[in-house]
Design a protein around this ligand. Structure first.
Ligand SMILES: NC(=O)c1ccc[n+]([C@@H]2O[C@H](COP(=O)([O-])OP(=O)(O)OC[C@H]3O[C@@H](n4cnc5c(N)ncnc54)[C@H](O)[C@@H]3O)[C@@H](O)[C@H]2O)c1
Length: 254
């Protein structure tokens, strides 16, 4: 089960955290993985890990917020069976703590970046007769958490775009779903703790772990396992759905 042999998968932000774990697992299951990544050096690390394990992988230096760059990369990929829109950036701040530049930056990567890749991938998937798309939403797509104004805006858009694409491309045999993680321990989380809570890193790590009723953060590999299922043939009856992977955050935090 869950084999991706012969499939070509595009993963954005595959150089770190969840995107790296997804790239590694997809390659292990037989997919040829194409990584679009802003930071070439981290992409190279993922490529080395996959190649050492005997997997097939290519990495491209690409800023997903730039449509021309995204179009150029997709132009080089022969077919796209799977797209994982994973690249994303964070911002901590409420409405008043969010500048126009903050909002535009988060929109550019998290919303427009996903849109750019969706556009390129859907054209190819239509020509090929189908495909599977997975978008990285978040618990903030569904519930309010403090000081995440711009980030919540972007992940709400991911959830809405997922349903829109799923509906419009039913007849093209393209499935589109999203996953909504609570906190997953990645460089993304370490980065925003050290930037926003300097000197209180350990205390904040513990506090953020405890906000998941299960008592810890998630692991990138746990998200990758759900991503694998949703992008596999075994999930062929699933489209237009969002799957929380949140240690009980949405339903058990009361
Ligand atoms: N870690 C969490 O707690 C968590 C929770 C919910 C949702 N998510 C979402 O999961 C996704 C991955 O998060 P992560 O924690 O693995 O992050 P991460 O920072 O560890 O990795 C993100 C990767 O995306 C790349 N990237 C950033 N901007 C890019 C751009 N413009 N073009 C191409 N690549 C770019 C980065 O270089 C990095 O390699 C994000 O969309 C994030 O919002 C994360």
């Amino acid at each position: 089960m869950f084999k991706l042999t012969g499939k070509i998968a595009v993963v954005t932000g595959g150089g770190s955290g969840i995107g790296k774990a997804i790239s590694v697992v997809f390659a292990r299951q037989g997919a040829e993985v194409h990584i679009l990544e802003l930071r070439e050096e981290s992409a190279r690390e993922t490529v080395a890990e996959i190649q050492e394990a005997g997997g097939k992988v290519e990495a491209y230096s690409c800023d997903v917020s730039k449509q021309q760059e995204v179009n150029a990369v997709f132009g080089n990929i022969p077919k796209v069976d799977i797209l994982v829109n994973n690249a994303g950036i964070a911002h901590v701040g409420n409405l008043e703590g969010t500048t126009e530049e903050d909002l535009d930056r988060i929109y550019g990567v998290n919303v427009k970046g996903a849109y750019n890749c969706l556009r390129s991938a859907v054209v190819k998937m239509k020509e090929q007769g189908g495909g599977a798309i997975l978008n990285l939403a978040s618990i903030v797509s569904h519930v309010g958490i403090p000081d995440r104004f711009a980030y919540s805006m972007s992940k709400g858009a991911i959830h809405a775009m997922t349903m829109s694409v799923a509906k419009d491309y039913l007849s093209a045999n393209i499935r589109c779903n999203s996953v909504s993680p609570a906190r997953v321990h990645t460089p993304f989380v370490d980065g925003f703790i050290s930037k926003n809570y300097p000197g209180k890193e350990e205390e904040m790590f513990h506090k953020l772990s405890q906000t998941q009723p299960i008592g810890r953060m998630g692991k990138p590999e746990e998200v990758a396992a759900l991503a694998l299922f949703l992008c596999s043939a075994e999930a062929g009856f699933i489209t237009g759905c969002d799957y929380p992977i949140d240690g009980g955050f949405i339903k058990l935090n009361n």
